[in-house]
Design a protein around this ligand. Structure first.
Ligand code: ZN
Length: 189
C-alpha cells in the first residue's frame, strides 16, 4: 500500500503557503481529514498501522484530538483494543470524558501527521503521567525528516519531505504571500 497515492487520489496533498499546527510554515500540507472522511480509506490506513505495530503489544491506543481521533480509532479497531483521546483544556493536553489509563496499560500513541514530534511527545507524557507504559508511536505521515525526537519506537505509513520554515525565515512570507491555516481559509496571524 502506498499511502501517498491515497493522498493524491483524495486531493489531500495541498500546495500553497501554510502555517502548520507546529507553527512552522510550509509550501505543502497533508490534509489527513480528506483521506479519513472516506471510511474505507481510514480503515485501510488503520489496518496498515496496526499490522506494523502489532508486535509492540499495545493494550490501548491514545491519540491527541482532533487530528488523531479517527485514525486512532481505526488502529484500535484493527488491534482489537480500546481507543481513547486526549484533548486540550486551558492549553494543556489531558484525559477527559472519563477516559482512564492504568499502570498495567501499554499505550500506542497514534497521530495523523508527525512534524516536529511536539504533540506526540505531549501525548506520551499524558500516558506516563497516569502511570501507563508507552510502547510506541505511529502516524499516517512522517514530516519530521526521519527524526521525530521520540524515545519510543515510531512507525509511519509514509514519509514526506516537504520543507518547513520558521515564520521569520520563510521564503514564502518573504515573497509577500500570507500563510493559511489549513482548514480555516483565513490568513494566519
Ligand atoms: Zn510563510
Amino acid at each position: 500500500m502506498n499511502v501517498i497515492d491515497i493522498f493524491r487520489r483524495t486531493g489531500a496533498l495541498l500546495e500553497g503557503h501554510f502555517q502548520l499546527s507546529s507553527g512552522l510554515h510550509s509550501p505543502g500540507y497533508m490534509q489527513c481529514a480528506l483521506v479519513l472522511q472516506n471510511p474505507a480509506e481510514a480503515e485501510t490506513c488503520g489496518r496498515a498501522i496496526a499490522d506494523a505495530v502489532r508486535g509492540l503489544g499495545a493494550t490501548v491506543v491514545l491519540a491527541p484530538a482532533l487530528g488523531g481521533i479517527v485514525i486512532g480509532h481505526e488502529v484500535g479497531r484493527a488491534l482489537g483494543v480500546r481507543a481513547i483521546f486526549a484533548e486540550r483544556q486551558n492549553g494543556t493536553l489531558t484525559l477527559r470524558r472519563g477516559f482512564t489509563l492504568a499502570t498495567d496499560d501499554t499505550v500506542l500513541v497514534v497521530e495523523d501527521v508527525v512534524t516536529t514530534g511536539g504533540s506526540t511527545r505531549e501525548t506520551i507524557a499524558v500516558a506516563r503521567a497516569e502511570g501507563a507504559v508507552v510502547v510506541g508511536a505511529a502516524s499516517i505521515i512522517d514530516r519530521s525528516g526521519g527524526n521525530p525526537g521520540l524515545d519510543v519506537p515510531f512507525h509511519a505509513l509514509g514519509t514526506v519531505a516537504l520543507p518547513t520554515y520558521q515564520p521569520d525565515a520563510c521564503p514564502l512570507c518573504a515573497a509577500g504571500t500570507a500563510a493559511i491555516k489549513p482548514g480555516s481559509r483565513t490568513p494566519a496571524p
